[in-house]
Design a protein around this ligand. Sequence first.
Ligand code: SAM
Length: 275
Amino acid sequence: MPHEYRQPPPLRDVIERHDLMPKKSLGQNFLFDLNLTAKIARQAGDLQGQTVIEVGPGPGGLTRALLAQGANVIAIERDERCLAALQEISDHYPGRLNIVPGDALEADFKALAGNNRVKIVANLPYNVGTQLLIGWLLSEPWPPFYDSLTLMFQREVAERIVAKPSADAYGRLGVLAGWRTEAKITFDVPPQAFTPPPKVTSSVIHLVPRATPLPCDATTLGRVTQAAFGQRRKMLRQSIKPLGGEALLAKVGIDPTRRAETLSIEEFVALANAV
Ligand code: SAM
């Protein structure tokens, strides 16, 4: 039988054999349900022959689903205990799983992608998830090296990513994600689906880069949103004082008594362009 059709050993055996007690410090909440991992992988679209970068494969539940759906996977994992388990999966899919040991926060994703278009798919460790997302959203040049991001977050963070102006969850993440991508929550995952179960519900989100977002310098927009939402209860003339305060707001015709959460993405872009 060709390698592709042989099943790697069941995940729970893998965990036991490699003694992979989940570590809280690494945000380890593992998925064992193959129907669920397959469903997450499907959100990324047709994966046949596609290159996928996965952050934090852990024992490889989602990795297997990505491989089974035809992807070639580059998987970055920080926990060395997981590497032998991932190697077993790699042996079942020769030449299709590239295991990259190390910290995703220090990874050069563009270099890992090389000349391939990639999709990024991950059940992210909660402690580094938003930092990674912001890095991907601020990628240069744009359109970026990836075709989509399919990511698991805590529901509350997912809501911030897709939030629209005036919503309680609207903030820096919503502006950056809405400016450069079309972002949507595709489905929720209850705590019991994970081992160990986290305290809160999680959500899978899917982000597709916009081909032509409003022209703006990404780093400046990042600074403006950080200042504005850093003191979100304050009026803008106060919160963005270090960037130009009232004079800057006057330049783009925004009432200085407004608060950050009332500004549309277009208004934030106008402000950043005036800085
Ligand atoms: N993908 C697996 C699954 O769905 O069952 C594991 C997901 S678990 C939520 C997060 C994974 O990210 C863990 O395997 C953890 O070791 C890994 N991780 C944590 N911090 C990391 C980092 N900075 N760089 C790379 N991997 C990291």
